[in-house]
Write a protein that binds this ligand. Structure first.
Ligand code: PFF
Length: 467
């Protein structure tokens, strides 16, 4: 029976299930697809170090704030923010955090499903031996031909979306928990198998050096921007996902240690993904700085050259797909929980309607790779680039900034004491300093730096138009 203080959507059955669920949300395309390629493009080890600083000083305090607020509110981020502001006698304008999160989740899922669909397609073609002893030309033309075929892209996007909606429609314990109980342990096992394979590939020392050699000459202010954006995205922060998941956390779980565990797991998976990928890339004399194509061109090509490559290549794409689906289900939760609460609606019905709308928006991303590839929304950004930019570089940092400010400066101390066990004293002061000053200032600087060039280009466009 649900306690009065439980969420109406259900609860995680233990602290560990929350750790797995939150790690499931955090570990996704961001770790396996993005982290290795941006590390590759930004100088390896120095980037990894800067990224770790961002996780420790910004990511962890913001995640603690989100989980704490969620557990205090026990509802969707929008209703949680309403409750917290009412209880604390603060302006309801703070509820903006919840709204922005719902919209950001919707935008991110729209393109996330398209890219996760590519991973599904690659399970199939890798298993059928397409890349065995393939040439670089074959690997890149396979990917390029796939991208220019909107119908195929839509087919795999639809498959991924149907799986996601089916899982979330079943509810927190039957849907989310069941998927997480199966997929997360499997994901860890597959990753360890791949690491073992890569250690024996002959390129491990080079891969290791690439990930951990500190090449500070390659660090620019841009590196910080990219690292901070990555920390937000990979830890699923700034859009209320952790707030929504936090609403289902049992009261007995300690938030600080739980959040640190989640961040460590997420980082361990990202670094392991790099260590699984780069050695096989080097073992074949391929280039690590291949950008987004690293996972869909270089990696299949590299597996194809190695013994049992088709089997391990398939394992790799199954891993990516599991990781993507546990993240996708978390992207729907803020909006889904809100609609169920607001309209007293059936979860399954809401899930389907939300899924259909998100799928339709995703068609814009599909077309950005073919029919609309020359159509720019602003400053050379295609539809996909634009949705990605606005959600990831604008909404997540802005959400994170407001969440940190709210949690530290607007929420009454009693809530922090109840949820985090923070008594007035040194620990409380350092929490205020990191969560309330260092994290917001860091996010703000990065945010301004990332938004200014776009605003300038918008301004120049308007001036040019007016003539
Ligand atoms: N953390 C996920 C990844 O690294 O792929 C992406 C993500 C999921 C971002 C959920 C935001 C979110 F709310």
């Amino acid at each position: 029976m649900a306690l009065a203080s439980d969420s109406r959507h259900g609860m995680w059955s233990s602290r560990w299930l929350f750790v797995l669920a939150a790690a499931g949300s955090a570990v996704g395309l961001g770790n396996i697809w993005k982290f290795p390629y941006i590390t590759g493009e930004n100088g390896g080890g120095a980037f990894v170090l800067i990224y770790l600083v961002c996780v420790a000083l910004v990511g962890i305090p913001i995640m603690m704030s989100e989980v704490m607020m969620g557990r205090q509110g026990r509802s969707s981020p929008i209703h949680t923010m309403r409750k917290l502001t009412d209880d604390a006698n603060r302006s309801r304008r703070w509820t903006f955090i919840g709204w922005m999160g719902v919209i950001a989740g919707f935008l991110i899922l729209s393109y996330y499903a398209v890219i996760a669909g590519w991973a599904l397609k690659y399970i199939w073609i890798t298993a059928s031996g397409t890349f065995e002893a393939a040439t670089p030309d074959l690997a890149s033309s396979t990917f390029n031909e796939f991208l220019t075929d909107p119908l195929q892209l839509i087919g795999f996007q639809t498959l991924f979306m149907v799986l996601t909606i089916w899982i979330v429609g079943r509810g927190v314990s039957k849907g989310l928990e069941t998927a997480i109980r199966w997929f997360m342990p499997l994901l860890f096992v597959l990753l360890i198998v791949l690491l073992g394979y890569s250690i024996n590939s002959g390129g491990f020392a080079q891969g290791w050096a690439f990930m951990f050699d500190l090449k500070f000459d390659q660090v620019t202010p841009e590196t910080w921007l990219i690292a901070m954006g990555q920390a937000f995205f990979t830890l699923s922060l700034g859009m209320g996902t952790m707030m929504a998941y936090g609403a289902y956390v049992p009261q007995s779980a300690g938030i600080g240690s739980t959040v640190v565990t989640i961040a460590l797991l997420d980082t361990a998976v990202a670094v392991s993904a790099g260590l699984a990928i780069f050695p096989i890339v080097f073992a074949n004399g391929l280039e690590p700085g291949q950008g987004p194509g690293l996972m869909f061109v270089t990696v299949p090509l590299a597996f194809g050259q190695l013994p049992l490559g088709a089997v391990f290549g398939t394992v790799f794409f199954v891993l990516v797909s599991f990781a993507a689906i546990t993240s996708a289900i978390s992207l729907t939760e803020p909006a889904l929980a809100y609609l169920v609460e607001e309209y007293n609606a059936k979860r399954q019905r809401v899930a389907i309607s939300l899924g259909v709308m998100c799928w339709a928006l995703g068609l814009g991303t599909v077309l950005s790779f073919n029919v609309w590839s020359d159509f720019y929304i602003v400053g050379g950004l295609t539809f996909f680039d634009f949705v990605d930019y606005v959600s990831q570089n604008v909404m997540l940092p802005l959400g994170g900034l407001l969440i940190a400010l709210f949690a530290v400066w607007a929420l009454p101390h009693a809530v922090r004491e109840k949820q985090l066990g923070l008594k007035p004293g040194a620990l409380n002061v350092s929490w205020k300093l990191v969560g309330g000053v260092i994290a917001p200032v860091g996010v703000l600087l990065v945010f301004i730096y990332s938004v200014l060039p776009v605003l300038r280009s918008l301004y120049e466009n308007v001036v040019a138009l007016m003539g």
